[in-house]
Design a protein. Sequence first.
Length: 298
Amino acid sequence: MSELMAVFMWWLIIQILGLAVWPLLTRWLRWLPDRGYMLAKPLGLLFVSYGLWILATVGLIQNTTGGIIVVLIGVAALSVWAWRSANDDRADLRGLWREHRRLFIAYEIVFAVALIGWAIFRAHSPDLSTTEKPMEFAFFNAINRSATFPPLDPWLSGYAIAYYYFGYVMMSLLSKLTGVTAGIAFSLSNAFWFALAAASAYGVVGTHYGAYVRTIGCLHVVVDHPDSGLRGVAVVDTLAALAARSRLYAGQTDRLAVRVVRPMDPGDSRPNPEHNRRDHRRVDRRGSTERLGVAQRQ
């Protein structure tokens, strides 16, 4: 499968997951002008992944493509049943689309542009050698290969992962449904979370700020402003950039606090007080051992 087709399949599967739960959201989130359409993608992925995790944990199904499809069909059936049982309060899905067409199309454009844009970025920087990416990739592959949950520990054979891993279950679910290889799926999942965050921010702000109700006697008129949701995207991106900047600055200040320790002379039997005295300035959340090793090599 080509990389372009992999991106398209990723986009198509998340559309299916979102549409599967939208009928249910029209009943649960009836107080929203869009009846939950712009929250359907993350909630659809959450419901199907959680159903897979529960059923695979108790052993009723296995963590396979067939098992995921069974859960997806079950979630879609429950969603349609909840929508049809609403009777007089049943939402007109076609009417909602016609009424909020501009807002929905703008939301889909934001999601597609963010997904494709970050996928291009990841295609030019696909390495897994920074931060926690090697550990995440190990967990992702371990979950992919586990028939039931909890998944196998990639470092300790015969034991289960003793760490939170549900986010990797979501990644594995999308990987199995799209059929892409593990390396491409890992990079696409990174682009997917970026796109989902941008689109969800657009949806929340676009729904609560851009879509408002003006009451004129007994007449309610809903007015959409598709461009208003871009404020939410800008805020989320700005906060993410500031958080990354603060973490980078914190890492630089941690390095400045490292003090070079003179190594012990193998021929000197006298204890070195530098190695016995605890220096709290060298202790951070990553531990002092790594810091000392870096300082000695420098």
